[in-house]
Design a protein around this ligand. Structure first.
Ligand SMILES: [Zn+2]
Ligand SMILES: [Zn+2]
Length: 254
């Protein structure tokens, strides 16, 4: 059995929990220590029970809380060397460098990282497996590369970025440079790109699809849901979204 949940998703902080057996890994931590403790308790988890933290890239919404959490509970941190070197507070209890082109295991879980085009030093996203089920995580990518499609081609569950609606971004409050950054090929994934992606991969095994990393300024939950539903040719109420305040509750693959 593979379980996963989100502590929160969006530009104010991200953290995703994945669990199999006694192995419980947090992917990213963009929350303060007290905030992450509160959010873990909400999912009936103790921070002491975390086996490791895997960090996808150094941006604050993914990495700001990693150092303190690691030191406080002596949790090892896994990331690329580029990510490690770019995290402001990287004084971790223990650091395990990873090659983002090569799978690695943490106890009962296998992680297959893959590179993504994003404006960070050495960013990756992940497929996580317990040997039977595969969960794909894809946020913080500006473009959909063949490599990304290959890795997420036939996953059982997918956490997919729906960052912005192109028209809302264009007419929204961001200043010109920030708009350019978000929409660039090293920025974030638009709703329309999420739709395209779902149409280009094999979704026959997909049991869970959750829209992630929604922009609070440049997107609307209904738009993101419609984009995912269009990609899967299903109804909007059949897809789900992770929110900034609560993420989403445990989901199970079994
Ligand atoms: Zn982010
Ligand atoms: Zn980022």
């Amino acid at each position: 059995m593979l379980r996963f949940a989100s502590l929160g998703s969006g530009s104010k902080g991200n953290a995703t929990l994945v669990e199999s057996g006694k192995t419980r890994v947090l992917i990213d931590c963009g929350f303060t220590l007290s905030e992450v403790e509160k959010r873990l308790w909400r999912l009936s988890c103790n921070p002491e029970d975390l086996s490791a933290i895997v960090v996808t890239h150094e941006h604050g919404d993914h990495a700001n809380g990693v150092g303190r959490l690691s030191r406080r509970f002596r949790i090892p941190v896994y990331s690329s060397v580029g990510t490690f070197n770019s995290i402001r507070d990287n004084d971790f209890a223990r650091f395990q460098p990873i090659n983002i082109h090569q799978a690695f295991t943490i106890q009962d879980l296998e992680f297959t990282p893959f590179p993504v085009p994003h404006d960070a030093r050495e960013p990756c996203q992940l497929v996580i497996s317990d040997g039977q089920w595969r969960l794909g995580l894809l946020t913080d990518t500006g473009t959909l590369t063949p490599c990304i499609k290959e890795h997420l081609y036939e996953v059982d569950a997918l956490l997919l970025e729906c960052n912005y609606d192109a028209r809302l971004l264009e007419t929204g409050p961001y200043h010109y440079q920030l708009k350019q950054r978000v929409a660039s090929s090293f920025g974030h994934l638009a709703n329309g790109q999420a739709t395209q992606f779902l149409q280009q991969i094999n979704t026959t095994k997909l049991q869970h699809i959750i829209g992630m990393h929604l922009s609070e300024q440049n997107n609307l939950p209904d738009y993101a849901k419609a984009a995912l539903a269009e990609g899967l040719n299903c109804e909007a109420h059949e897809v789900d979204l992770a929110c900034q305040a609560k993420g989403f509750d445990w989901r199970v693959l079994e």
